[in-house]
Design a protein around this ligand. Structure first.
Ligand code: GTQ
Ligand code: FE2
Length: 371
């Protein structure tokens, strides 16, 4: 006999779809509990809902509160071996206090004080950094130091060594996105400590990965094989910003360039495949021109958004918030989302869509269209 006791607890209930409650039924349930068995008829509503019914809830985190608390951790909590990172994770109120923004996605604010190092390690979880304000930190990925500045998207695929170092006399905060909750659910994770010191302490303007890869439409002939994750370690703000501006300008000139009127959008892609930057994470940037409202959409899979610039109102699963720079919010699976703005709104978004699409579980419903 296993020393672990059965965790099954079954209640006899008088409800439609449930067997008639009798003392015999109660006794059957006790027998099922002892043998660690659960009948489908008590669980079917939860396990097979008519449409995705996320435990995660629509939720908003205000950047000014996150930043103030991150600054306070800078006073009180050292960064170094063991804890590894000074990171505060967004914990969705529907997910029981676990540090999960959604059932699949990790989102966190990370904070590094002047001249501090976050030590080198690697893990199988995929990660990226996105910078809403500040500069001065270089993230060193497999020995390649990559500058982090406002508006930059910095992917860092699983099992690459990485540490961060702040070379400036100012603190810096940024957000991390990872697939930690997904990896936890499928129990796939490995982790290793690296050397205690970051060996590549340079702070070059351009990383080696950008010198090799950041030339639109040009591929080095030494690098013709497909790569599962993007080899480009920095997607710079000047390119993102220009791409979005040009979409809106082309629309104004009468060409088809935007996703919907006033709504420019780009996806960050792997230049070896044109697909998502990493196997588990999709990242996009959306720009709404002034006086724009998006259609209401819902999709299978969850997303986290960060307001990069401007302001507006977002509707998520029946909640409605006015948002401003840095604010983060979650759109759970199959909950409707729309955004509107008078002044213009820039939104960074990441999601678990590559997982959902690879498993052919993707569905999208857009208001006003038939699915
Ligand atoms: O910067 O390496 O937010 O390993 C969570 C886990 C950041 C990181 C996080 C990590 C990191
Ligand atoms: Fe890490």
């Amino acid at each position: 006999m296993s020393p672990i006791e059965s965790a099954v607890k079954l209640e006899v209930v008088d409800a439609p779809g449930q067997p008639h409650p009798t003392p015999e039924l109660a006794e059957l349930y006790r027998g099922l509990e002892v043998e660690s068995l659960v009948p489908l008829w008590t669980e079917i509503g939860d396990l097979m809902p008519g449409a995705p019914d996320s435990s995660a809830v629509a939720h908003l985190w205000r950047w000014k509160h996150l930043l103030a608390l991150a600054e306070r951790t800078g006073d009180l909590v050292p960064v170094g071996r063991g804890g590894e990172r000074r990171v505060l994770a967004l914990a969705n109120p529907g997910l029981g206090g676990r540090p999960f923004a959604t059932p699949t996605l990790w989102a966190a604010i990370q904070y590094l004080k002047p001249f501090e190092d976050a030590p080198v390690h690697r893990h199988t979880q995929h990660a990226f950094r996105f910078v809403v304000e500040g500069e001065g930190v270089w993230t060193v990925v497999n020995g390649d130091p990559v500058a982090m500045r406002r508006g930059d998207f910095l992917p860092q695929a699983g099992w690459n060594w990485h540490g961060h170092h702040n070379v400036s006399s100012e603190p810096m905060a940024w957000i991390d996105g990872l697939d930690i909750p997904f990896a936890r659910h499928v129990e796939s994770t490995f982790f290793e400590f690296g050397p205690d010191e970051i060996e590549q302490r340079e702070s070059p303007e351009r990383s080696r990965s950008e010198r090799l890869w950041a030339h639109p439409g040009l591929r080095p002939l030494t690098q013709l094989g497909p790569a599962a994750a993007t080899p480009l370690l920095a997607y710079r703000w000047e390119h993102t910003d220009r791409a979005l501006d040009e979409q809106l300008a082309l629309e104004a000139e009468g060409y088809t360039a935007t996703l919907e009127p006033g709504h420019a959008a780009i996806r960050y892609v792997n230049p070896t495949s044109g697909g998502d930057v990493m196997r588990t994470l999709r990242a996009e940037f959306h720009r709404l021109a002034p006086d724009t409202r998006t259609a209401t959409r819902r999709e299978v899979g969850s997303s986290v958004f960060q307001v990069f610039d401007g302001g507006g109102t977002v509707d998520v699963g029946g909640r409605r918030w006015d948002v401003e720079r840095g604010d983060l919010f979650v759109v759970p699976s199959w909950q409707p989302f729309a955004a509107e703005t008078a002044e213009g709104l820039d939104l960074f978004r990441f999601s678990d869509a590559p997982i959902i699409e690879r498993l052919d579980l993707d569905r999208v419903e857009v208001e006003g269209t038939t699915p």
